[in-house]
Design a protein. Structure first.
Length: 65
């Protein structure tokens, strides 16, 4: 799946009611889990949004030097 141009995956865990997600943003791996597939997708999207926002902020700060 893709969100904001970032590829991420969601898979069902071994345990009951466990879904895991993972993505790589700017070379940094991020991951998490949810109790439903929809919850895992939503959490992945929020984490990707936070990570991409931090990257944009860092680029602005680095560009000012």
């Amino acid at each position: 799946m893709r969100y904001r141009g970032i590829e991420y995956s969601v898979v069902q865990g071994i345990e009951r009611r466990l879904w895991k997600w993972a993505a790589t943003v700017a070379g940094t791996k991020i991951s998490g889990q949810g109790s439903t597939r929809d919850e895992a997708i939503e959490r992945a999207k929020k984490a990707i949004a936070r990570a991409t926002q931090k990257q944009r902020f860092k680029q602005v700060i680095d560009g000012e030097d």
